[in-house]
Write a protein that binds this ligand. Structure first.
Ligand SMILES: *Cc1c(COP(=O)(O)O)cnc(C)c1O
Length: 486
């Protein structure tokens, strides 16, 4: 039997009936979500095989629509129980955070109004909010009066955009070759960029997409704290120059994905100035630490960089997706600017309308800036500082406990909120412990390889985690390790 709500109006509008149905649909959804959260486990969903079986029963595109209630019921039985719970204090596998509660309201607002950030006439107030948030961020990272920025889908897109600017800057100013117009210069196979051997794989992906190939990415050795070794970098650049190659860019990783290690930007700036290179900071992980009075100093002065990748869906605890790229000189964004009669007319821009499409790889783009605008105001520097200090403090506590326990080995002393360690014994034991935790204890932790051996990893992004909680987890890992020993 079909009710009014099963015959959904197409869209929300000023029609009171449509408004009422919108409210009902949203509140029933909120109810279903909260009902589905029964305990604090990180994962109690089905196994891979069971999930595939459950989902195979659904005909995704039926001949006749089922209406709202039937679909909500399916979501309740087939989807909600199987979600990974990012807010669980037992979830610490990846740089994948829980979302601040006010940011869930931001998501509802921004998808309800569905603004698109490409042109002012598709996002009037949203464009002006994004412009102001970007200005605030440029000040926060000391990028100077000529700075600018754009929102992105995350760190990978920010890095790809930054490396595009770096390549074009080098080709334009050093090689006097306009890539935008003519494509890559004849010497393209000689271009080289430098990043540490523990940098993010978006460097290689970007190098490929930019027509330079993986071979253009030179991996620099790291020191005992997993920071780029600047002496090795200098030697590598000099050697490459001597053999006729064309170094154009250094990427400093400000918080490596596995270890949270931080490359020294002051020293890298000096090397870049000596050799006329672009310096990009990939601060996808650690950018939020700029809000901590206690730990900001660990980042170095990011304002020395030519561009910075900032990721809000990691330590800033905002929902996916939300990232930005900040740059030192706004004119560099010309690389992405192209005018179309149907979208971003130059005449409108001359009259003061801002069309943000000119700074982005994307055309249609979400109003993610609202999440930053709301969360920054809700929490303030004090609230954010407290959350970040808690996470970094938790990692320091855990590392101390591990170092003091003969059953474990610590990879390196954490700089941020990741702790990489292992149970002494075989790699297989460590792997088995992680699987046991996932499938039998609702605890999801990470795994990586350090110096050729399997290590376990805690990525602590949840400010609700306590020292007691971590102590108990460590005890549990030790105990499981002694039973599964392989
Ligand atoms: C997570 C991460 C990225 C990629 O960011 P996405 O938002 O996942 O695209 C890039 N660099 C580093 C160091 C990261 O940790």
């Amino acid at each position: 039997m079909s009710t009014a709500i099963d015959k959904l109006p197409y869209i929300l509008s000023c029609d009171p009936a449509a408004k009422e149905i919108y409210q009902t649909v949203i509140s029933q959804t909120v109810q279903a979500i909260t009902d589905s959260i029964q305990d604090g486990g990180a994962y109690q969903g089905a196994s891979v095989h069971q999930l595939q079986q459950i989902l195979a029963k659904t005909q995704i595109l039926p001949e006749q629509g089922l209406g709202w209630h039937a679909v909500l019921d399916k979501v309740k039985t087939d989807i909600l129980p199987h979600f990974l719970r990012t807010w669980s204090t037992n979830y610490m596998a990846h740089l994948h955070s829980p979302a601040l509660i006010e940011s869930l309201a931001s998501e509802l607002i921004l998808s309800t109004f569905n603004q698109s950030m490409d042109s002012w006439d598709q996002s009037p107030v949203a464009t002006e909010v994004e412009v102001q948030v970007i200005k605030e961020l440029c000040e926060l990272y000391n990028l100077g009066p000529d700075a600018d920025g754009t929102f992105t889908s995350g760190g990978s897109q920010s890095n790809l955009s930054a490396l595009t600017l770096a390549r074009d800057w080098y080709c334009n100013t050093v090689l006097h070759h306009d890539v935008k117009k003519y494509g890559l210069p004849a010497s393209f196979q000689k271009l080289r960029l430098y990043c540490s051997e523990v940098s993010h794989f978006s460097m290689e992906k970007s190098a490929h997409l930019l027509g330079l190939g993986y071979d253009a990415v030179r991996k620099v050795a790291v020191d005992a704290r997993c920071r780029m070794d600047v002496t090795a970098l200098s030697a590598m650049i000099e050697e490459d120059e001597a053999s006729g190659l064309l170094p154009f860019c250094v990427v400093a990783t400000i918080g490596t994905t596995d270890y949270g290690s931080i490359d020294p930007v002051e020293e890298l700036r000096k090397i870049c100035d000596e050799h006329q290179l672009y310096l990009h900071a990939d601060a996808a992980y650690a950018s939020a630490v700029q809000l901590s009075d206690q730990y900001r100093v660990r980042l170095g002065n990011l304002g020395l960089c030519d561009s910075i990748t900032v990721d809000f869906h990691k330590m800033f605890l905002l929902p996916i997706s939300c990232g930005s790229l900040l740059i030192k000189h706004k004119a560099w964004f010309d690389v992405f600017t192209l005018h179309a009669d149907y979208l971003n007319r130059e005449e409108d821009e001359m009259d003061g309308y801002t069309n943000l499409v000119g700074k982005s790889l994307q055309t249609t783009r979400r109003f993610d800036a609202l999440k930053v605008w709301m969360a920054f105001q809700c929490r303030g520097k004090d609230g954010y500082g407290e959350m970040i200090d808690t996470c970094i403090g938790n990692a320091a506590h855990l590392a101390n406990q591990i170092a003091a326990n003969a059953a474990f080995e610590l990879a390196i002393t954490p700089e941020l909120s990741s702790v990489v360690f292992r149970l002494k014994g075989s790699c297989e034991t460590n792997k088995a412990v992680r699987r046991q935790l996932l499938h039998h204890h609702q605890i999801v932790i990470g795994q990586t390889v350090y110096q050729g051996r399997t290590y376990l990893k805690f990525t602590l992004l949840n400010p609700m985690v306590t020292h007691q909680h971590l102590d108990a987890l460590l005890e549990q890992i030790e105990q499981i390790g002694s039973t599964v020993r392989l």
